[in-house]
Design a protein around this ligand. Structure first.
Ligand code: UDP
Ligand code: MG
Length: 302
């Protein structure tokens, strides 16, 4: 069976439509399925709409959060409650074309375990948003080690992959990157991002910035090492300034006492930064241990 996981936050207008469209497509393709809505603490009547849909359609199920926990949490909740042999995660606003689910499912039947939906275009976005998204994905791609610029949450996962994801005890799991990080036999399906039909994007600028910072820091400790780099720069500048101060001292053009002060200033500054860098390095190691990611993931044994 295929479980379709649909995180929904203030999507009251979309629920009935999403149910009929996805249900229709999967029934037509004769794919045994369940639609699992995760109500992420919506403030409108999203949950009532889900209950309504569940009472009329056997394939609709729902879970509801006590408050808004964010899309990542909604996805993981869906994965933990799904009973299918494979799961598709799809947005409630139908921006991810539901016909692609059938294509993904056929690939799964051929033996692929992770089928990533990749964006062939990013849809309509403003200039600043595009720039911010591009920078974010560049940092993430570097941290993860593969191209994330076209990645999305629209993907199909085999039960094996789902169990691996559910067994990770990371609290700040970044679904999009983690699902590639775990490996397994993967392939891609391209799709065009559609326009949102009703309602507005549920992401405010503030929530996007928070999302970017959380996910970058959950995959890399590089920002911590910036201070080490600064220490090196300050040290070099300090060295040059000190040489100049010493030369002036011997030429007799220096203010009395100034030479000692400037040299002490430059060197204490850079040593403190080095020190912070070293501490930061150990903290990043602790952080990696605390995340408790598995050292390896076994796919098959013989
Ligand atoms: N969503 C969610 N919790 C949130 C924000 C969004 O479950 O806190 C869901 C939302 O209902 C939708 C999906 O995540 O199904 C994508 O959200 P949206 O369309 O607002 O994002 P965008 O398409 O603009 O990236
Ligand atoms: Mg959307």
């Amino acid at each position: 069976m295929l479980s379709v996981i649909i995180p929904a936050y203030n999507e009251e207008q979309m629920i009935p439509k999403t149910v009929s469209v996805i249900d229709g497509i999967l029934c037509e393709a004769h794919i045994d399925h369940e639609l699992l809505f995760v109500n992420d603490g919506s403030k409108d009547s999203t949950w009532e709409k889900i209950e309504e849909a569940a009472s009329t359609s056997r394939s609709v199920k729902g879970v509801s959060f006590s408050r808004n926990f964010g899309k990542e949490s909604a996805i993981f909740a869906g994965l933990s409650k799904a009973s299918g042999d494979c799961c598709v995660v799809i947005d409630c606003d139908l921006q991810h074309p539901p016909e692609k689910i059938v294509e993904m499912y056929r690939l799964w039947e051929q033996g692929f375990e992770i089928i990533e939906g990749v964006k062939s275009s990013r849809g309509k976005e403003s200039g600043l948003h595009k720039f911010a998204a591009k920078s974010f994905y560049e940092i993430m791609s570097n941290a993860v080690g593969f191209d994330m610029s076209r990645a999305s949450d629209f993907k199909l996962l085999d039960r094996k992959a789902i169990n691996v994801l559910l067994n990770m005890n990371e609290k700040n799991a970044f679904f999009r990157a983690l699902s590639s990080w775990i490996g397994f036999k993967s392939t891609e399906v391209e799709y065009d991002v559609r326009e949102r039909e009703v309602g507005t994007s549920k992401w405010s600028t503030r929530s996007l910035i928070k999302y970017a910072v959380t996910n970058i820091t959950s995959f890399t400790s590089a920002p911590m090492q910036l201070v080490t780099l600064l220490g090196v720069i300050v040290f070099i500048v300090g060295l040059a300034t000190s040489i100049e101060a010493i030369v002036r001292f011997f030429q007799g053009t220096a203010q009395p006492g100034f030479t000692t002060v400037i040299i002490l200033q430059c060197f204490t500054g850079s040593f403190i930064m080095f020190g912070l860098g070293v501490i930061g390095f150990y903290i990043s190691k602790i952080y990696e241990e605390v995340k408790g990611r598995p050292k390896f993931i076994i796919d098959k044994t013989v």
